[in-house]
Design a binder for this molecule. Structure first.
Ligand SMILES: *Cc1c(COP(=O)(O)O)cnc(C)c1O
Length: 459
């Protein structure tokens, strides 16, 4: 149940079929090229797309825009200390800015960096510093309904160290929840095991805390030791083992932009902190604003506290579960159990008639827009060329933004797509223009249907 009500609203409109088809064609069958005004329910990402509270908006008015020594920075520091248990922070414009600041100070040419699964921007920043990002998810993670499918395989980290030498591993990373692995949670038991292996290797232990509040909720619900604890107590416990954090405020900071690095207040990390601060000044801005306006610092300070409130996080994770249930009830193949922020649909199973080389995931994304002006994102062969990832479509829920009726609309849209599928009306796609960098293909490539598309379903 939503423990909030609306006071300020953004009108949205469902364009008619003719308009949707024209929009899709104009966008080159790539939903990144759609104007958001033509989208009715936008599930492209939950990053920075959420709704701020009245307390956050009120706090913004007291933003201190001083270049140095901003009072707003102090308030963010206090919030990070209270909610996450870290005393030293370096602000950044968003998560990837924080990654650049920290990993540039931590990682050297020829290093190896293990992680339960590297998020795209993490992978890119590790590689950009000359190191090799190594994914160590637990084996068969999504096969058997595990409560903590996001866990790190610590034995895989030990094997990596045996192979390349512990001195080549400057840091062990843990991403909670595991975004690139269907947003699956990580147990505190696994956090402790990761801490242990980092100690064995004399490596820093870094948590990517972007979704720390959602992870804490899953731990409280699923890990026996934490039954009956508060989400905020679990949030602090799980982060208490880390030497440093990377945070994107656009996720569990409940803001539209912002982020930071946090480093443990311990002599052992004084040099790292000094290096990272210098990089912060170089790439983000002076140490008391780092790419954010004073008002943005204020909004994030409030957002971090709201993110661990029981009523908020139960509603947030519950909404994702509800969308997963609505789709599963209609026979849509979704990854179960659902994670913290999104529902993942297996498009190859949902559209078995579309050949592998005609982008079934992207075809489904386009159909969802065509039938209901719903925008999701493909995370399969179109976004990740030359990998053997499953053909997934991700539907991410912005925080505190949509209601139950919007979820129903998404489910009904899937029903309409299923009707078209059963009538043999859905075509695969082919690429007609793509950028040079294959890694950025899904942001800007243009496609077209392989076969002419009929439309017989009514609106
Ligand atoms: C979003 C995200 C990032 C990057 O944050 P941005 O604010 O988008 O730059 C890094 N790691 C994880 C796990 C994320 O979800």
């Amino acid at each position: 149940m939503r423990a909030y009500k609306s006071k300020m609203v953004t009108p949205i409109r469902l364009p008619d079929r003719e308009e949707r088809e024209a929009n899709l064609e104009r966008a080159g069958y790539n939903v990144f090229n759609l104007d958001s005004e033509g989208v009715f329910v936008d599930l492209l990402t939950d990053s920075g797309t959420g709704t701020m509270s009245e307390s956050q908006w009120a706090a913004m008015l007291s933003g201190d825009e001083a270049y140095a020594g901003s009072r707003s920075f102090d308030r963010l520091e206090e919030a990070v200390s209270d909610v996450m248990g870290f005393e030293r922070i370096i602000p950044a414009h968003q998560g990837r800015g924080a990654e650049n600041v920290l990993y540039g100070a931590l990682v050297e040419d020829g290093d190896y960096v293990p992680n339960n699964t590297h998020f795209d921007t993490t992978r890119a920043h590790i590689a950009n510093n000359g190191a090799k990002p190594v994914d160590c998810p637990c084996e068969g993670a999504l096969d058997d309904d595990r409560p903590f499918a996001g866990d790190l395989d610590v034995e895989a980290v030990r094997r990596l160290a045996d192979e390349v030498g512990a001195e080549k591993i400057p840091a062990v990373l843990l991403t909670i929840t595991n975004n690139s692995l269907a947003g699956q949670p990580v147990s505190v038991e696994n956090v402790r095991a990761a801490r242990e292996v980092a100690d064995e290797l004399d490596a820093a232990f870094v948590i990517d805390a972007c979704r720390f509040a959602e992870n804490a909720y899953f731990v409280r619900e699923r890990e026996a030791e934490f039954e009956g604890e508060s989400v905020s107590a679990v949030a602090r416990e799980q982060l208490s083992y880390a030497d440093a954090l990377v945070m994107s405020g656009k996720k569990d900071g409940l803001v539209n932009v912002g982020g930071f690095v946090a480093i443990r207040d311990d002599e052992k990390f004084d040099d790292l902190y000094a290096d990272a601060r210098e990089r912060g000044i170089l790439y983000e801005g002076f140490t008391t604003y780092g790419g954010m306006a004073g008002r943005d610092l204020e909004a994030m300070a409030v957002g971090l506290r709201e993110a661990v409130a029981e009523s908020y996080v139960a509603d947030r994770v519950g909404q994702v579960q509800r969308l997963g249930d609505l789709l599963a009830d209609r026979g849509v193949p979704v990854e179960r159990p659902t994670g913290g922020h999104a529902v993942y649909v297996n498009a190859a199973e949902f559209l078995p008639e579309i050949p592998d080389d005609e982008f079934p995931g992207q075809a489904l994304v386009c159909e969802l827009y065509r039938e209901g002006a719903v925008r999701g994102v493909e995370l399969g062969s179109f976004a990740f060329p030359d990998t053997d990832r499953p053909e997934l479509v991700r539907l991410s829920l912005p925080r505190r933004t949509y209601g139950a009726d919007h979820l129903d609309h998404v489910a009904e849209t899937f029903e309409k797509v299923a009707e078209r599928r059963d009538a043999g009306e859905i075509s695969g796609l082919e690429i007609v223009a793509e950028p040079e960098m294959a890694e950025l293909r899904h942001f800007s490539a243009e496609l077209r249907p392989v076969r002419a598309q009929e439309t017989t379903t009514a609106d």
